[in-house]
Design a protein around this ligand. Structure first.
Ligand SMILES: C[S@@+](CC[C@H](N)C(=O)[O-])C[C@H]1O[C@@H](n2cnc3c(N)ncnc32)[C@H](O)[C@@H]1O
Length: 297
């Protein structure tokens, strides 16, 4: 249990509440709001003292602790993303409530929803008349989205090219898609450097552009847009400025994203030289993950 040796500004009541959560492996559902309220009010200079109070829960055994430790060197690695898709909760009661809390947040739900959006876009592509369909994924991570699509569509005509700069992500994606690897090519390369050698019907990227500054965002649009087939689309996911999980991600896991509004996304596409008539913005059902859709002229 945390004893206040270091000075912090939290009330005795707050520390007592946080200690009780650490003791029982995280908040119970009726305590989610109270915990979220505390986190949302934490100022930047209070983040470290706050992490000290819940220190015993911020380790590899919880999803939020994994986020903070970053065993692969960056936030949002294939392991945490796959755990979100698979709704993993550590069965050890010392940690399960924390993972349950994490999985119940809008940010995690939006990640699961974007997988469904990907599956819907692929279904629409497949429903067209085209014989061979090519899909490029930038920053594929665990490729759980591809896995689910191919599990549901064993006769799929899509061939996928998956790019990620983390060999661990590629290895994991290959492993979980073993049955489908005849339809998938994997490339370990930085998306800033890759030069496609073919044209695609869909270029998809979710959970990647949120890490790019505006300069790189527009640069990558410009770089890849020209590799779209006629009627092809480049779809880019980005977390919205309305993400209610923003502060929880920052305080618990040092997980910073460049949140963007619909207007920000539109402007970035226009700045990259895309005709406004060819731009559309979609969102998953919570409105937390936006999708910038760029159609081929
Ligand atoms: C948050 S994950 C998203 C994974 C997947 N797209 C999804 O939505 O489930 C982001 C992935 O992008 C990869 N990544 C980040 N920057 C990259 C870059 N510059 N080039 C290639 N891959 C990158 C990371 O290694 C990570 O696997």
């Amino acid at each position: 249990m945390y004893h206040s040796n270091t000075k912090n500004n939290f009330s005795t009541e707050t520390v007592k509440f946080l200690n009780s959560l650490v003791q029982k492996g995280g908040p119970e559902p009726h305590e989610d709001l109270a915990f979220t309220k505390i986190v949302n009010q934490i100022k930047d200079n209070e983040v470290e003292p706050f992490r000290e109070v819940i220190h015993d829960s911020l380790n590899r055994n919880t999803l939020m602790g994994h986020g903070l430790i970053k065993p692969f060197g960056y936030p949002g690695d294939f392991k945490v993303i796959n755990s979100i898709y698979r709704q993993y909760v550590n069965p050890n009661p010392k940690y399960s409530n924390w993972d349950r809390f994490f999985q119940d947040q809008a940010g995690a739900q939006a990640v699961r929803n974007r997988k469904n959006c990907f599956i819907n876009y692929c279904n629409k592509l497949e429903a067209g008349n085209k014989k061979d369909i090519k899909v490029l994924i930038l920053g594929c991570g665990p490729a759980t989205d591809v896995n689910e699509y191919l599990e549901k569509n064993s006769e799929s005509r899509i061939s996928f090219v998956l790019i990620d700069f983390d060999q661990n992500a590629i290895d994991f994606a290959k492993y979980q898609n073993e049955r489908f690897n005849g339809s998938i090519d994997y490339l370990r390369i930085n998306v800033l450097r890759y030069k496609p050698s073919m044209y695609f019907d869909l270029i998809w990227s979710a959970g990647l552009f949120d890490y790019f500054k505006n300069k790189h965002f527009s640069y990558i649009i410009d770089k890849y847009y020209k590799y779209l087939n006629k009627k092809g689309e480049f779809i880019i996911g980005n977390f919205s400025t309305d993400n209610p999980t923003k502060r929880l991600m920052e305080v618990l896991s040092e997980w910073y994203l460049n949140h963007r509004s619909k207007y920000d996304l539109l402007k970035l596409a226009v700045d990259a030289g895309i005709n406004e008539n060819l731009i559309q913005i979609d969102m998953e059902e919570l409105g937390v993950n936006l999708f910038l859709r760029l159609k081929h002229s």
